[in-house]
Design a binder for this molecule. Structure first.
Ligand SMILES: Nc1ncnc2c1ncn2[C@@H]1O[C@H](COP(=O)(O)OP(=O)(O)OP(=O)(O)O)[C@@H](O)[C@H]1O
Ligand SMILES: Cc1ncsc1CCO
Ligand SMILES: [Mg+2]
Length: 278
């Protein structure tokens, strides 16, 4: 039986370990939101480092306690960087988070997302459209054809991606987090729904990217499922709090970072969520 209290205690532990240990987390991420990803990782207590080059990625894969790989803006160099870094992570058994941004656009992005399947990302994080399309690309149950993807923003509901998320988690043996108004987090046997956040999160760029970076920070201190749930909970809490203090997306982005920084472990664990068995 899943015990909610037990999950909350693990969330508290993850938040406190990260604040105490300041873990190094490497990222290969898109040029649109790279600064916001690093700032969010720092706000929750991590130490950020961003690279593009293959050998630097391999170095960081070993030196970091977890790594974040985001497919947002693609460059030809990634044909070398991404397989080499994910292979290094897989072989070193280091946790890593995959954000398959805009899966379905372009041939190199598609080819590399297929190739990375064998390196089993510890957590896959994406919006509903990306989770559906990645499951489709990996030929898993619940997936959809790549042709349904429109860009980087979701056109599907979180609940429509439930079967795809479960199938992806079973495929990797890790966890999957689907973001939206309510977030869905699963390890393939348990599903958590995390509530809160703000409509402003869809009006700033990088709420999802930085959430992925923060999942990687918590993956240094918790299981894949708890890491994904902890990150979603602190995002939903900080989003709810920030929305009350601002009147537009510009000030929301700044206030949100402050609320990430100020959120305490108990409040993060108490952010509303429910659980069900698959
Ligand atoms: N309408 C909403 N209400 C509440 N929270 C939301 C809403 N939309 C998004 N969020 C929150 O914003 C965060 C990012 O989710 P979103 O689905 O927007 O990611 P994304 O599309 O990958 O973003 P990006 O690619 O711009 O980084 C999550 O914490 C999610 O809960
Ligand atoms: C807007 C945008 N375009 C490529 S990556 C990115 C950041 C959100 O995914
Ligand atoms: Mg995204």
């Amino acid at each position: 039986m899943i015990n909610k209290k037990d999950i909350q205690n693990q969330i508290i532990q993850a938040v406190e370990i990260v604040r105490r240990e300041n873990p190094i987390v490497g990222s290969i991420t898109n040029t649109v939101t790279i600064n916001f990803v690093a700032n969010a990782q720092l706000a929750v207590g991590g130490s950020a480092a961003m690279v593009y080059l293959p050998d630097e990625g391999e170095f960081l894969a070993k030196a970091s306690e977890a790594t974040y790989i985001n497919f947002g803006t693609f460059i030809p160099l990634y044909e070398q960087t991404l397989p080499r870094v994910s292979k290094a992570l897989h072989e070193a058994r280091k946790p890593w988070v995959l954000d398959p941004v805009a899966v379905g656009i372009g041939s190199l992005r598609t080819q590399l997302l297929l190739e990375l399947k064998k390196y089993k990302p510890t957590v896959i994080r994406g919006n509903a459209s990306e989770i559906l399309a990645l499951a489709g690309l990996w030929e898993l149950e619940g997936g959809t054809a790549l042709s349904t993807v429109r860009g980087v923003d979701s056109t599907d509901s979180v609940t429509s991606a439930k079967n795809a998320a479960v199938a992806l988690a079973k495929c990797t043996g890790g966890a999957v987090a689907v973001s939206g108004k309510t977030d869905l987090i699963t390890d393939g046997s348990v599903i958590a729904f995390s509530h809160g956040g703000s409509h402003f999160m869809g009006k700033i760029t990088g709420a999802g990217c930085s959430l992925g970076g923060v999942v990687a920070v918590y993956a240094t201190a918790a299981s894949p499922f708890i890491a994904a749930l902890t990150a979603s909970a602190v995002y939903n809490l900080a989003g709810t709090r920030a929305e009350k203090k601002v009147d537009g997306p510009g000030s929301f982005q700044i206030q949100f970072l402050d609320e990430l920084y100020k959120a305490n472990a108990g409040d993060i664990a108490n952010n509303p969520f429910e659980i069900e068995e698959v």
